[in-house]
Design a binder for this molecule. Structure first.
Ligand code: HEC
Ligand code: HEC
Ligand code: HEC
Ligand code: HEC
Length: 199
């Protein structure tokens, strides 16, 4: 009997996460701060890394703030009682990274003009942006780097958008859907596998 208790005690000791960081124990994820696309640009404008920066500047995401300044945006906004969409969290929560999917600006360091930048999809970069961490993908992930999935896109590409169109995209079999992920992913592909480019 005593022996059994001792074994149970030992097993408990082995699985008790005494060495885990506080945030793992408390179950709340650690908060990382945003650094802005200018920081990512320092390395990701390099040709040998794939120049993701340049490709991003040619996607709609990089212009999402300016879209809110168009007559179309103003008309939509005024219909919703919003005077200036470029100043309203009700629009900026999906059109600018610095609102982080909320109606409040979360970072004073980020430029609203940068629209939907890297960190909306890859997570706030404060901890992972250092070369010795970035070069080790596992380490980068431990420090807040995320790779987006369709779920990430759906944080903004969803029916809460005032221009939502359930038949916006065509599928290969001739159907109509709101957001066809394989196609949309191709449209933003800035992502030649880094390792292949290096060769
Ligand atoms: C100091 C240079 C540097 C900075 C700054 C930097 N990166 Fe990187 N990043 C790298 C390098 C180098 C790799 C390639 C690692 C490899 O494949 O060996 C990389 C890889 C990545 C990857 C691919 C990860 C994977 O799983 O393949 C993503 C995504 C990424 N970086 C996003 C960012 C974002 C977003 C920022 C800004 C917040 C940023 N990086 C800032 C150097 C940097
Ligand atoms: C933070 C919010 C947000 C996230 C996350 C997001 N998007 Fe977007 N996306 C937008 C906004 C806003 C626009 C419209 C930009 C504009 O036209 O000014 C847009 C536009 C696009 C367009 C351009 C459509 C066109 O007709 O030119 C594509 C493609 C796209 N998104 C794909 C994706 C994919 C794929 C993901 C996930 C990997 C994703 N988006 C995640 C907000 C987001
Ligand atoms: C829930 C997220 C979300 C909110 C909130 C949001 N948008 Fe958007 N907006 C998007 C996405 C995503 C797109 C890109 C649509 C696509 O390509 O599927 C977009 C595109 C647009 C476009 C380009 C036309 C089009 O449909 O492609 C305009 C104009 C626009 N939004 C105006 C606004 C205004 C004005 C507000 C505030 C009243 C606002 N949006 C709030 C997500 C949002
Ligand atoms: C709208 C979301 C979105 C934005 C904005 C975005 N990315 Fe990505 N990124 C992705 C997706 C999706 C992938 C591919 C993930 C996969 O294949 O699993 C990716 C992959 C990558 C990769 C890895 C390439 C590889 O080898 O697969 C790098 C590096 C990267 N992004 C850097 C950046 C940088 C730097 C920026 C800003 C200049 C940026 N991304 C902006 C969604 C985004």
């Amino acid at each position: 009997m005593y022996k059994v208790l001792r074994i149970i005690f030992l097993i408990l000791l082995m699985i008790t996460p005494i060495f885990q960081p506080i945030e793992v124990l408390s179950g709340t994820p650690m908060r990382h701060n945003y650094v802005g696309v200018e920081m990512c640009k320092l390395c990701h404008k390099k040709k040998e890394l794939g120049d993701q920066y340049d490709i991003w500047t040619n996607t709609a995401h990089s212009k999402a703030f300016y879209t809110l300044g168009t007559p179309e945006a103003r008309e939509i906004a005024s219909g919703l009682g919003i005077r200036d969409p470029q100043q309203s969290g009700k629009c900026l929560r999906c059109h600018a990274t610095c609102y982080e999917f909320t109606e409040e600006k979360v970072s004073e360091d980020l430029r609203v003009e940068d629209g939907v930048q890297c960190e909306s999809c890859h997570g706030p970069g404060e901890e992972y942006m250092y070369l010795e961490i970035m070069e080790n993908i596992d380490k980068a992930r431990e420090n807040g780097l995320t790779m987006s999935t369709e779920e990430t896109c759906r944080k903004c590409h969803n029916p809460e958008s005032p221009t939502w169109n359930p038949e916006r995209d065509s599928t290969p079999d001739g159907g109509k859907v709101d957001f066809y992920y394989p196609l949309r992913k191709m449209m933003i592909e800035h992502h030649k596998p880094v390792k292949e480019i290096k060769k």
